[in-house]
Design a binder for this molecule. Structure first.
Ligand SMILES: C[S@@+](CC[C@H](N)C(=O)[O-])C[C@H]1O[C@@H](n2cnc3c(N)ncnc32)[C@H](O)[C@@H]1O
Length: 406
């Protein structure tokens, strides 16, 4: 391939020809400093012309034009004393032939892409899939970039590029395969659980593993979890495995199919739903559970992980039906995710929740977690609170007595 040949390079280095003590272990040479160091290049090689070994020296330390031991820098001479070679007399020039296989991914990309092009910022890996976000300037070279990623990362079999920055309802993104096999069903492990991820159809973010673990660790066996935007189950499956009774919902049918597959794959039982989050909160959570509650308060958790929008879904709790007086468990714990770019992200996140609920969280706030940076000035935050009294207080007023007409 043309681009593979284009990166070939010959490097001239200074080589120190040494006659080692008999049976001197190779590691003695390997530990000697000032060696030439490059991926896939041996820096102690057999001397082709005479007996002994050639120690290849780093050209930034010993000039390739150096022709005798006395011309070597003191630091190299000092290292030779520690090396314990019986004879060390000859210095010669040596040519290292570097090929495609000798370079790392950033080195190759720098070599194959035109100068001045923004460097690739790396990639996110989901199972066998490497996901890159290419800049418009990269696009004419997308297949070469993909091939370099593939060639330099053994566990990557497919490289995809995000092709649409528009946020979709299901939070999946459009992608094209730019190298490798066209297989977008990945299998990932997180916190000891295995997840099947149809990557082009559902949302998945490997960077949320710690958060998934944190939230589930707030629940005890016998608790109930209502996962309103469950995705493929990174909260729901571990919670079910921890003895929590799980009711997991998602609007995306592909997510629900993967969620069920993941429950089976991990040997756990949960009840799944495919409906809009508001409908789930009102019809499943409220009418089938909070109004017929047999659980002590605080043992029901409601997770709402759709950061940009989840707060808006809190209006479900402000519908008149919640104030009918029928709700028995009035204080389930809600874990609502949001984004904030405010100076005080935690305060702002609480403010966002209060603004939609229309009541203060004073006395009902359990915890506010700074989850992760999503942009240099934007954080993902999780607000955990018990549903405030004001939400479920019956507002059915005493009937107004009619004035008798006279
Ligand atoms: C950011 S993802 C989070 C998924 C999962 N909780 C996780 O951590 O991987 C948000 C999820 O909300 C789902 N979703 C979007 N709109 C929804 C709605 N109106 N009702 C329920 N789920 C919705 C999406 O399909 C997506 O799976």
């Amino acid at each position: 391939m043309e681009y593979r040949d284009a990166v070939k390079e010959d490097i001239q280095v200074c080589s120190l020809v040494v006659q080692p003590r008999e049976k001197q272990p190779r590691k003695d040479f390997r530990n000697a400093p000032k060696h030439y160091c490059h991926r896939g290049v041996r820096n102690v090689v057999d001397n082709a012309e005479r007996s002994g070994k050639c120690i290849l020296l780093d050209p930034t330390i010993a000039s390739p034009t150096c022709s005798s031991v006395k011309d070597l820098p003191d630091s190299v001479k000092a290292a030779l004393i520690g090396l314990d070679v019986s004879q060390c007399a000859v210095v010669s020039n040596y040519t290292i032939h570097l090929t495609y296989e000798n370079f790392t991914m950033p080195e190759l990309l720098k070599k194959v892409l035109p100068q001045g092009l923004v460097a690739l910022s790396g990639f996110e890996q989901v199972g066998h899939i490497a996901h890159v976000n290419l800049h418009s300037g990269h696009l004419p070279f997308k297949h070469i970039i993909g091939q370099v990623v593939l060639d330099t990362n053994r566990t990557v079999l497919t490289v995809v590029n995000k092709i649409d920055s528009i946020s979709s309802v299901f939070r999946e993104f459009k992608m094209e395969v730019i190298a490798g096999v066209d297989k977008l069903d990945a299998v990932v492990k997180q916190n000891g659980f295995v997840f099947h991820v149809p990557y082009d159809k559902v949302y998945w973010n490997s960077r949320l593993g710690e958060e998934h673990h944190r939230l589930v660790s707030m629940m005890a066996p016998g608790d109930e979890l209502f996962d309103v935007m469950a995705g493929i189950g990174p909260f729901a499956v571990p919670a079910a495995a921890a003895g929590v009774k799980v009711f997991a919902n998602d609007l995306n049918p592909a997510s629900v199919a993967a969620l069920n597959q993941n429950a089976t794959a991990n040997g756990v039982k949960l009840t799944s739903f495919n409906m809009d989050g508001r409908e789930f909160i009102d019809n499943v959570l409220r009418t089938q559970h909070l109004e017929v509650s047999t659980l002590p308060s605080n043992r029901r958790h409601i997770s709402m992980n759709l950061p940009a929008l989840a707060v808006a879904f809190l209006d479900s709790f402000t519908r008149p039906s919640w104030r009918s007086g029928r709700v028995i468990d009035r204080h389930p714990v809600v874990h609502c995710y949001t984004f904030s770019a405010d100076e005080d992200v935690k305060k702002d996140a609480v403010r966002q929740v209060e603004a939609v609920l229309g009541v203060s969280l004073d006395g009902f706030l359990e915890h506010v977690q700074d989850v992760r940076d999503v942009a240099p000035t934007k954080q993902m935050v999780c607000v955990s609170f018990r549903l405030p009294d004001a939400i479920t207080e019956a507002t059915v007023k005493a009937p107004v007595k009619r004035q008798r007409e006279v």
